[in-house]
Write a protein that binds this ligand. Sequence first.
Ligand SMILES: *[C@@H]1O[C@H](CO)[C@@H](O)[C@H](O)[C@H]1NC(C)=O
Ligand SMILES: *[C@@H]1O[C@H](CO)[C@@H](O)[C@H](O)[C@H]1NC(C)=O
Ligand SMILES: *[C@@H]1O[C@H](CO)[C@@H](O)[C@H](O)[C@H]1NC(C)=O
Length: 261
Amino acid sequence: MLRILLLLLPGVLSADWNVKYPSPICAARGSNVTIDCRFTYPQEQVKRVLWCSMRLNLDQMCRNSPYVYDSEANSNQNNFKYIGNKTSDCSLLISNIDQTHSEKYKFRFITNTNMWTGDSGVEISVHDLRVSMSRSRANGSTIVGDSLNLTCTLNCPGDLAEVQWFKNGDPIQQSEPVLTFSRVTAEDTGNYSCSLRNFKTTVSEEFTIYIEDVAGFSIIPIIVVSLVSLVFIIAAVMLIRRSAYTEQENDSTIYSTVMNG
Ligand SMILES: *[C@@H]1O[C@H](CO)[C@@H](O)[C@H](O)[C@H]1NC(C)=O
Ligand SMILES: *[C@@H]1O[C@H](CO)[C@@H](O)[C@H](O)[C@H]1NC(C)=O
Ligand SMILES: *[C@@H]1O[C@H](CO)[C@@H](O)[C@H](O)[C@H]1NC(C)=O
């Protein structure tokens, strides 16, 4: 049945030995990564499929173990799941990926007459999501009314698709990778983090923004308070001097009265 199907598929009869890998993959730590892979061969029957990593596989060609996936092994690493088949799809799923998985992987398959490793392989790099800030005020504290952007970034070329933002650990309604505050208020103070949508496990470290509420200390109220104080001080000084003068006057009145008597 399978043989008939293969005969009917165009191109299969004349196919060369080949493995077609995707372009290098850049992934967020904690996400699931699918390596989309296809393989071709002349009319043969595939017996065994294998994936190996260049860090562990010393000959760099998957000729010997260890493998990250081996269709004949009883137990494979938990993170590596073969989601392809033994005909043309060699896709591999790496779940909950982390930095230790950053490396090059190759696919090998064994048929009834031959064995073949796709030489080029696929390069995977894994990074942490990060929150970065840009703001209108270059240095010093962030003050109420400033504009500020928080960006969810991955150290990879290209833009992130949908993300999930968190403030103090609680999800907030925002799926754009840039969180824009055109005028910050004191309530925007908090710890912000982001993750890929649907992958809470990719969550970044928290980034703290502290908005200083300096409205009560701005320069105009300070001038007003100073002026009012000055008026009071002057008034007080005048009052004291005046009462002192009055006392002196009274003394001299008494003196003159005595003299006259
Ligand atoms: C990631 O892969 C694992 C293992 O296959 C699976 O259990 C999990 O549901 C996947 N996560 C998502 C968000 O697809
Ligand atoms: C924030 O982002 C918006 C739009 O992406 C941009 O117009 C603005 O200049 C940015 N502001 C700062 C402070 O970086
Ligand atoms: C930032 O700080 C530097 C020195 O630390 C100072 O020369 C510069 O004027 C400041 N810029 C702003 C916008 O406050």
